[in-house]
Design a binder for this molecule. Structure first.
Ligand code: ZN
Length: 174
């Protein structure tokens, strides 16, 4: 649904629900009592006017509730719209190690440095969370369980100096 549509409905609903069906029939009954040919019944008219006042109060409360609900809906759609527009600035990117992340599009950067964001947070929580790290992996700044492999640098063979010290071969030269 278009946002302008929602706002239009909001305006219409706020002004249109002034009189409920019940209030309208009470108004008709009051008119009948006041304008009719039959002798006027002031007591009955007073009762009906009081009833009408209550009905209008109830209708007004409904109006307020309806208006609040429509505003909330409008805000939700507005946020959804902003999210979709922000998300459109990113493209799916496959790392050298075939992990999928999102990367800021060059033509959408608007002066921002090109960066990567976490696809888990984006898809699950609609959250734009940077992934950072200069090694083989980049880690999500929101949840460090979200890890993405960008490179696979071969692990250096441990040198003898790094192996466990052996008391039978204290100098490691055997
Ligand atoms: Zn994440």
């Amino acid at each position: 649904m278009e946002l302008s549509q929602i706002n239009e409905v909001l305006g219409l609903a706020t002004s249109a629900v002034g009189l409920t069906g019940k209030a309208t029939s009470t108004v008709a009954a009051i008119k009948g009592l006041i304008e009719g040919d039959k002798p006027k019944d002031s007591g009955e008219a007073a009762k009906l006017l009081n009833a009408l006042a209550s009905e209008l109060t109830a209708a007004n409360m409904l109006n307020v509730q309806l208006s609040d609900a429509l505003k909330t809906l409008s805000q939700t759609l507005q946020r959804q719209d902003e999210f979709e527009r922000e998300k459109a600035r990113y493209e799916l990117f496959q790392t050298g190690e075939r992990d999928l992340v999102f990367r800021l599009r060059e033509d959408q950067a608007n002066g921002q440095p090109i960066h990567f964001i976490c696809p888990v947070c984006l898809n699950r929580d609609k959250l734009f969370s940077f992934i950072a790290g200069e090694g083989d992996f980049k880690v999500c700044q929101t949840d460090n369980n979200h890890v993405f492999r960008f490179r696979d640098t071969p692990i250096r063979q441990p040198s003898r100096l790094n192996t466990r010290w052996d008391p039978l071969d204290p100098y490691g030269d055997d």
